[in-house]
Design a protein around this ligand. Structure first.
Ligand code: DC
Length: 218
């Protein structure tokens, strides 16, 4: 039996995580947050002071990571038995993840970890290269985007809600820098798969995007 796969790629802050989680819940499918895998590696390398180590050493750390995703109301992520959920959301973790994600050997080392999620009823996979590289065979593909301003504003509000001091122009600049790195890297850059459906969420509610994505699958 072929396992149905829905890929949702796009830049940071477009709403991929929230939409993917809700769609996966509704369909009873598994959810892969591939960004969390890159983020977990960035954290592990930071902890070991290996962010600027030789590529072979970074790959060794990537292959040895013991990652577990626990799905409750919110997803929690365990790395080598430790709950790293809160650390994953830091801006610095996202920026470091984007930097190590430019290394082709690192991407290759993380490929199987991502493909292992293809199990059971179906899979919703969220990232940058889900529809192009990791699951090119996916039956359903979405490229979800929003203007840089909208994405920065959403991030700003999220941080404020958490009581974290935030600066909108700094967030906008960070988002633009990360987007540019993710789009322009040589290997598996952020680009829509040729067969992806393009959705701009700038003026849509989460629920409206979820409905649009579900209608593709149903
Ligand atoms: O989706 P995210 O913001 O959690 O991802 C963090 C970084 O990880 C992102 O800026 C680039 C990298 N990434 C990637 O290169 N490929 C993926 N499939 C997912 C994330």
């Amino acid at each position: 039996m072929t396992i149905p796969i829905l890929t949702i790629d796009g830049p940071s802050g477009a709403g991929k995580g929230t939409v993917s989680r809700l769609v996966a819940q509704q369909l009873g499918w598994r959810y892969l947050d591939s960004g969390a895998i890159y983020r977990a590696l960035a954290l592990e390398l930071t902890e070991k002071d290996f962010l600027h180590a030789e590529i072979a050493e970074i790959v060794e750390v990537a292959l040895a990571m013991d990652l577990a995703f626990e799905c409750g109301e919110e997803q929690s992520v365990m790395l080598n038995g430790q709950d790293i959920t809160d650390l994953l959301g830091l801006e610095s973790t996202g920026n470091n993840a984007s930097k190590i994600a430019t290394i082709p050997e690192v991407r290759a080392a993380l490929l199987q970890k991502q493909r292992n999620f293809k199990q059971a009823n179906g899979l919703v996979a969220d990232g940058r290269d889900m529809g192009t590289v990791v699951f090119p065979e996916a039956k359903y593909k979405v490229f979800l985007t929003a203007s840089a301003f909208t994405r920065a504003e959403r991030r700003y509000k999220q941080l404020k809600l958490k009581g974290i001091d935030a600066n909108l122009s700094k967030i906008t600049a960070d988002i633009q820098e990360r987007d540019q790195r993710d789009r322009e890297r040589q290997f598996a850059p952020l680009i829509p798969a040729p067969d992806a459906v393009y959705i701009d969420s700038s003026n849509l509610s989460i629920q409206a995007v979820v409905e649009e994505v579900l209608s593709l699958v149903r």
